[in-house]
Write a protein that binds this ligand. Structure first.
Ligand SMILES: Nc1ncnc2c1ncn2[C@@H]1O[C@H](COP(=O)(O)OP(=O)(O)OP(=O)(O)O)[C@@H](O)[C@H]1O
Length: 258
């Protein structure tokens, strides 16, 4: 099983934009650890994620860089599903409204080339692993019949069906209420511990970072400006934007940086 996923010198540009949206950005994600990619809105976090998965929106292009697993380059087809699974913000929008949860699970297994006689067992154990224990009741549901928290759990279950060792999670709790956020973060933490997943967690929420991340990388205007263990980032942030984010977080608790 691989140990490291490295994003190397990733550069992303948009047609007509005067400067790159992401510039020469390198990150390493290690199995069993959570790397938080933080930064202000529009700093390039999602573009880094999307470029690394080869799914940039129309008009936006990767102009440099690559993704390696333990030093080896891979095609997007090999990366997506086999090595990296992804969960995104707004799970409701990710589901086809006229298809059931079972349809989505079957479609995911078919896309991965893993739809065989064990499919039903595999789907059931993925649902149980993410806390959707009433499998028979959940599988016939459509997205509109489920809460945001259930849908995010279902997205994570679909990600687990691939057995990919790395997970990209782009703002996985942003649209959820605080109690559900906490439960999803608990679930991600358990999956990192039990499956040894390596997670790239995209967020602008320093509360989420404090709760889940081992390491933090800060991006500003598409460039990596600070990187290190989470404790150091909170105790002595160096870059002005990191100080701003940490101070904004601490002020919620009536505290500020020394
Ligand atoms: N489809 C697009 N075409 C051109 N530029 C885009 C497109 N989508 C986003 N951008 C620009 O790319 C830059 C980076 O956007 P990105 O979505 O990666 O930021 P982000 O850090 O993830 O922000 P947020 O936290 O708000 O999601 C922004 O300046 C944004 O305006």
């Amino acid at each position: 099983m691989p140990t490291f996923l490295t994003i190397e010198a990733m550069t992303v540009a948009a047609a007509g934009a005067p400067r790159p949206l992401v510039e020469n950005l390198s990150l390493t994600i290690e199995r069993g650890r959570v790397l938080a990619l933080v930064g202000a809105s529009g700093s390039g976090k999602s573009m880094t994620c999307l470029a690394s998965l080869g799914v940039l929106p129309p008009g936006v292009f990767q102009t440099g860089g690559e993704v390696r697993i333990d030093g080896r380059s891979h095609t997007w087809q090999e990366l997506r599903g086999r090595h990296v699974a992804a969960i995104m913000q707004n799970p409701r929008g990710a589901f086809n409204p006229v298809r059931t949860m079972r349809d989505h699970a079957v479609e995911t297994l078919k896309a991965l080339g893993r739809f065989d006689s064990d499919a039903d067992d595999r789907i059931a154990s993925a649902l149980i692993e993410v806390g959707l224990k009433e499998v028979k009741q959940v599988l016939p549901l459509h997205a509109f019949e489920m809460s945001g928290g259930m849908l995010q759990r279902m997205m994570i279950a679909l990600a687990l069906l691939s057995d990919a060792p790395f997970l990209f999670a782009d703002e996985p709790t942003t649209d959820l209420d605080l109690v559900v956020q906490m439960r999803i973060l608990d679930l991600l933490e358990r999956l990192v511990a039990e499956r040894g997943l390596g997670v790239l967690l995209v967020t602008h929420d320093m509360g989420v970072v404090a709760r889940l991340a081992d390491d933090v990388a800060l991006i500003d205007h598409g460039r990596l400006v600070e990187e290190g263990p989470v404790e150091a980032m909170f105790a002595s942030p160096r870059h002005p934007v990191t100080r701003l984010l940490v101070n904004a977080h601490l002020s919620l608790y009536g505290m500020e940086l020394a």
